[in-house]
Design a protein around this ligand. Structure first.
Ligand code: DX5
Ligand code: ZN
Length: 219
């Protein structure tokens, strides 16, 4: 079993107080930072480009988990890897759920020396992607519609987590299982019980005591 990793989502960071919060994160038990890239097309919100990622990586050298919510991940994955992404996840929907394109992008990400994985929105089934699981370092299950922090956890998504856990065992693979959206003091336990080993948490971490909240999910 993989050990549990907390990936605070910097989407919910207080942008009037960035340096102080990054210092707290550096000293905290978080091993990763989750970096949400939104292009205003794939999702109705806009966030950060590669220069911002480079700055974050320099200020806070934690493992950078970059979640691409963009229409063109084939163009942007290499750019974010060049600017500090350690792991890149991209949405299958952005590639029309085309297994050939998905497999090629995973291979390209690995060829550039980064880790890679797929993400599915709540309305996208995970089973059709069984054949690419062997090339995923991580699979990310969205437990809210991507685009905004602070939404309600969709407990139904845990069925996908359970399926991924079972497949990992039967196929003898080792990908991580990450969940993103609506993680809080109650839902993190449901996610861990279902088989997640990597928890993204945005508003829950940044609206509370950052270090204590992260530690609480690891107890
Ligand atoms: C939503 C993003 C999430 C977001 C989660 O599209 O992918 O990473 O920051 O925020 P919370 O934890 O507040 O639901
Ligand atoms: Zn995310």
């Amino acid at each position: 079993m993989n050990s549990i990793v907390i990936a605070p989502s910097i989407l919910s960071l207080d942008y009037s107080n960035v340096s102080a919060q990054l210092e707290i994160l550096k000293e905290s038990k978080a091993e990763w930072l989750h970096f949400d890239v939104m292009d205003g097309h794939f999702v109705p919100n806009l966030t950060f480009g590669p220069d911002i990622l480079r700055g974050f990586k320099k200020a806070c050298p934690l493992f950078m988990d970059v979640h691409l919510m963009v229409e063109d991940p084939e163009t942007y994955a290499p750019i974010f890897i060049k600017n500090g992404a350690d792991l890149v996840t991209f949405h299958t929907e952005a590639l029309n759920n085309d297994l050939t394109r998905i497999q090629k992008l995973l291979d390209d990400i690995h060829g550039l020396g980064a880790k890679g994985g797929i993400v599915v929105k709540p309305n996208t089934a995970i089973e059709p992607f069984e054949s690419v699981l062997q090339s995923c370092d991580l699979v990310l299950i969205m437990s809210v519609e991507p685009g905004f922090g602070g939404q309600k956890f969709m407990a139904d998504m845990l069925k996908k987590v359970e399926w991924l856990k079972e497949k990992r065992e039967t196929l003898n693979l080792s990908y991580r299982i990450e969940i993103d959206g609506g993680i809080n003091q109650d839902t993190y336990r449901f996610a861990l019980n279902a088989g997640c080993d990597t928890l993204v948490a945005g508003s829950y971490v940044f609206k509370n005591d950052i270090a204590k909240t992260i530690e609480g999910m690891l107890e």
